[in-house]
Design a protein around this ligand. Structure first.
Ligand code: NZQ
Ligand code: ZN
Length: 390
């Protein structure tokens, strides 16, 4: 096991009616005027925004609002938010939504207190030293941004989708998580969230680090829980227990717990980010296409942990060659993803003829000549993986 620092101090308020506590939480963390950031309107239609406004008013807090954050959020809304936040003198950002909204809120929180262009943080030109506090009311379990210090933004003019990773500065101070808020999710968004949280676990599970029994078992346990509850929520969208388990899985998958002591991989995420940057597909759907292709490629290059995964997560019999066991595990993963309505090929994703050379170029121009860690992928390797996803 490698040395590690685990720092994950977000206060999670979890359960039915949790959003009623938003005013109290903002006060507790020192906010006096908040900027509410939200997406395309689901929180208006569900009545959640109204309940949040009431709770803030009950705590004598004032607020301004930034709406219209789109999935795969771009820089334009970040600039708009920074300007609004400065004008209104808001001292805390309250993200109400999913990863796109939370990531935009984080970018604004860092950008407001920075003299230069917030994009400097995403291209590694500057480090976030201070940021406004961010609080979250989560409406979709998927990206895990409610418990991570990360933010992913796309620069529209160059179609660069880049992630900013911080240990402390952008970690939400609190996240309010009421599983009932996820009942209104369309089945496709529920499924994409499931694929994303599984991917967050698997990026950590596929490691070369030895003696990581605890990380392995945590990862396998979370994957088994996701697979079990996914089948339930797809049939019964209002099943509180299943929604609650999935919501917590999404957070634990990405708040650092799963990868403690491991060298993590992240190649599949980087391969996917190029797809959603160019084709604007939903991140989880892109991962559902890429992860099985990445694993299939690994069966020829570094099969060891794929075999363990097939046996322990998918219950594949240990009889047979390593290749047979691994391929059966990948087949079961794909059948599962298909069964919850997700694509497993570019074609099913709606991209008949992806521009693979452009994807490979963008990937390696953004992330360097070698990508990932389980096997460090060259341009040739990335191209082969994209081709396996056709
Ligand atoms: O915008 P509204 O109207 O709210 O609709 C949203 C949006 O269309 C809808 N939705 C959310 N909650 C709902 C709901 N609809 C009905 N009922 C509800 N309760 O769902 C759609 C997708 O929302 P989005 O925020 O885009 O989803 P997600 O949480 O999957 O976030 C995806 C983004 O996060 C990034 C992805 O790349 C993508 O840009 N990621 C961020 C990470 C991080 N910060 O650590 C890590 C991830 O790997 C990921 O890359
Ligand atoms: Zn993800």
């Amino acid at each position: 096991m490698n040395n590690f620092v685990f720092y994950s101090p977000t206060e999670f308020v979890f359960g039915k009616d949790a959003e009623a506590q938003v005013g109290t939480m903002v006060r507790m963390y020192g906010g006096s005027k908040v900027m509410i950031v939200y997406g395309g309107g689901s929180i208006v239609r569900s009545g959640l925004l109204l309940r949040i406004q009431q709770s803030l008013q009950e705590s004598s807090l004032s607020y301004c609002m930034l709406s219209g954050i789109q999935p795969n959020p771009t820089d334009a809304k970040v600039y708009e938010g920074i300007e609004l936040c400065r004008k209104e003198k808001a001292d805390m950002i309250l993200a109400v939504g999913g990863g796109s909204v939370i990531d935009t809120a984080k970018a604004i929180a860092a950008g407001v207190l920075y003299d230069g262009d917030f994009w400097d943080f995403y291209i590694g030109k500057a480090v976030v030293e201070k940021a406004l506090k961010v609080g979250v009311v989560l409406t979709i379990p998927a990206a895990g941004s409610e418990g991570s210090g990360n933010s992913v933004i796309t620069k529209a003019s160059t179609l660069q989708k880049l992630s900013l990773r911080t240990l402390k500065s952008l970690r939400p101070v609190f996240s309010i998580m009421n599983p009932e808020l996820t009942y209104t999710l369309p089945p496709f968004q529920t499924a994409c969230g499931i694929a994303d949280m599984m991917a967050h676990v698997m990026e950590r599970y596929f490691t070369n680090t030895k003696d990581v029994e605890i990380a392995d078992r945590i990862c396998e346990g979370i994957l088994l829980a996701i697979i079990k509850e996914a089948e339930v929520v797809m049939k019964e969208p209002d099943n509180y227990g299943a929604r609650a388990n999935l919501m917590w899985c999404g957070t634990i998958a990405h708040n650092g717990t799963c990868g403690t002591g491991c060298e993590e991989d992240w190649a599949s995420h980087f391969l996917e980010h190029e797809i959603s940057a160019i084709y604007n597909v939903t991140h989880g759907a892109g991962l559902s296409v890429i992860f099985p292709a990445w694993m299939t490629w690994m069966t020829e290059h570094h099969i060891e942990k794929i075999v363990q995964y097939a046996i322990r997560v998918w219950g594949v019999s240990e009889d047979g060659t390593e290749k047979e066991i691994a391929m059966e595990g990948i087949l079961r993963l794909k059948s599962f993803l298909s069964s919850i309505g997700l694509p497993v090929t570019f074609k099913e994703l709606g991209i008949e003829h992806p521009d693979i050379d452009r994807l490979v170029d963008n990937l390696h121009n953004n992330k360097g000549e070698l990508v990932g860690n389980y096997v460090k992928l060259t341009r040739k390797d990335s191209k082969e993986i994209y081709e396996l996803a056709l």
